[in-house]
Design a protein around this ligand. Structure first.
Ligand SMILES: [Zn+2]
Length: 456
């Protein structure tokens, strides 16, 4: 097993309310001690990692990612997806079950876990499906999914439309103490919408996806969480009204939570009109617009097509507000790789989604920390305490003695340009290629071993 002494960093461990200079000692893959003078008590021949001048925090967790195995390995594999995650600073990811076939049975869960154990240097956790084949018609075998090791259930990519089926899913999930994660989208309201319904959908002649179609399912989930007592997690929240619904429900003590993605709290639907329009309007105050970094893109760029869609500047502000006041406790990427040939088509025909692992931390630092909306411990908690608590990963997300020896080393002030061509992912569908970013993971440590480290 791996041992490592990380010296000289500023250790931020939000779960233990620790923030200060300290060394971290990992022995046999587990956290042994965090403190000022532990080097003296460490084994003499232990490997050392200098984190002087850097942030040292619990290994970051991304609970929403598409690794595309089984069945879609032209887009991504467990090996390439987990390598991209490690580069982004993530020690743990949760893969979504909308693969082909879907992860709706114990055998497929076992297959992914075996492959991940062989091919990934980071922890890959599996989310199982709510319904068989993610068809929304009959429940997946939730008990046997739990026995096979899933950490949550979700039909992500789809949304269970039948409220009675969702209620029964919640009742089973509660028996097995699994959170139910939901992609909130009312199909009857969205129909074939491809962008946020508003000014830009009208100007560009693209079919609109109204925010109310998200809000309605968030409200449904709150009511069913209240009815059943099950823990419901609303994925990739994108609208102001959804944030307010979550805020009110949490005040009443409803077991509900939400996550936000960096693209939703960085961009708005003005990007669809092309880069000039965005930098002149909703983008003009972004940190990325300063220091010479104003990448260009055309209107109708399919790398800005995601589900839920990018919304307005008011929605973006509401997400940041929700992250700042604790309504939204989790940040996730919704890393969704697609092949070039799939995205290089007319806007209506392109698939939804973007890759996100390698830009997630920088965009979060820029929009939330460098902008002075969140403190560093508050921001780090969204990647550690928040997801670990929801998924009941008791030995992750904190640095208490005995916890798993997962760490992320971060330089919050490092300025760099994202080169999407050099990504570790198999896919290139990022809207952030060429962006000037600030803040970067320098190393990702898993069970005391260095899973990835920047080499100049
Ligand atoms: Zn989704």
């Amino acid at each position: 097993m791996n041992s490592l002494l990380v010296t000289g960093g500023r250790v931020i461990d939000p779960s233990n309310r620790f923030d200060g200079p300290a060394d971290v000692l990992i022995l046999d893959g587990k956290i042994k001690a965090v403190g000022a003078n532990i080097a003296a008590d460490s084994p003499r021949d232990i490997p050392k990692f200098s984190a002087s001048g850097k942030i040292v925090c619990p290994g970051l967790i991304d609970l929403h990612a598409h690794l595309r195995e089984p069945g879609q390995s032209a887009k991504e594999t467990i090996a390439t997806g987990s390598a991209a995650a490690a580069r982004g600073g993530f020690a743990s990811v949760v893969c979504m079950p909308n693969t082909s076939p879907a992860i709706d049975n114990a055998g497929t869960v076992a297959l992914i876990r075996e492959r991940a154990a062989r091919e990934s240097k980071i922890n890959v956790f599996v989310a199982g499906a709510i319904s068989r084949n993610i068809a929304g018609e009959e429940l997946a075998p939730i008990g046997s999914l739990k026995s096979a090791g899933v950490v949550a259930i979700t039909d992500d990519g789809h949304c269970v439309q039948n409220n009675e089926l969702m209620r029964r899913a919640l009742e089973y999930a509660r028996m097995f103490d699994l959170p139910v994660m939901d992609h909130c989208q009312d199909y009857s309201l969205v129909t074939d919408g491809v962008v946020h319904e508003g000014y830009w959908s009208t100007v560009l002649g693209l079919r609109g996806w109204p925010a109310a179609a998200e809000d309605m399912i968030v409200a449904r989930n709150i009511l069913l969480a209240e009815l059943t007592g099950a823990r419901v997690h609303c994925q990739h929240i994108s609208s102001a009204a959804s944030v307010q619904l979550l805020r009110d429900a949490k005040k009443r003590g409803v077991p509900i939570s939400g996550e936000a993605c960096p693209h939703h709290f960085t961009l708005t639907d003005a990007v669809l009109g092309g880069s000039d329009r965005f930098w002149e309007t909703d983008g003009k105050d972004l940190m990325a617009s300063r220091g010479g970094g104003r990448p260009r893109w055309p209107s109708y760029d399919t790398n800005f097509k995601m589900n839920p869609p990018l919304r307005t500047a008011e929605d973006r502000e509401a997400l940041i507000e929700g992250l700042a006041d604790g309504t939204i406790e989790i940040i996730a990427s919704d890393h969704a790789p697609h092949c070039d040939y799939e995205k290089e088509v007319e806007f209506d025909y392109a698939p939804f989604g973007i890759v996100g692992f390698e830009t997630e931390l920088a965009l979060s630092l820029m929009q939330l920390y460098h902008s002075k909306r969140l403190t560093l411990p508050e921001l780090i908690s969204k990647f550690t305490t928040g997801p670990a608590r929801l998924l009941r990963l008791r030995d992750k997300g904190h640095l208490s003695a005995g916890a798993d020896g997962d760490l992320t080393i971060i330089d919050v002030d490092r300025e760099w340009v994202f080169d999407v061509g050099a990504s570790a992912s198999k896919s290139r569908n990022s809207p952030f290629g060429g962006w000037h970013l600030k803040g970067k993971a320098l190393a990702t440590i898993v069970n005391g071993a260095i899973a990835w480290q920047e080499r100049d």
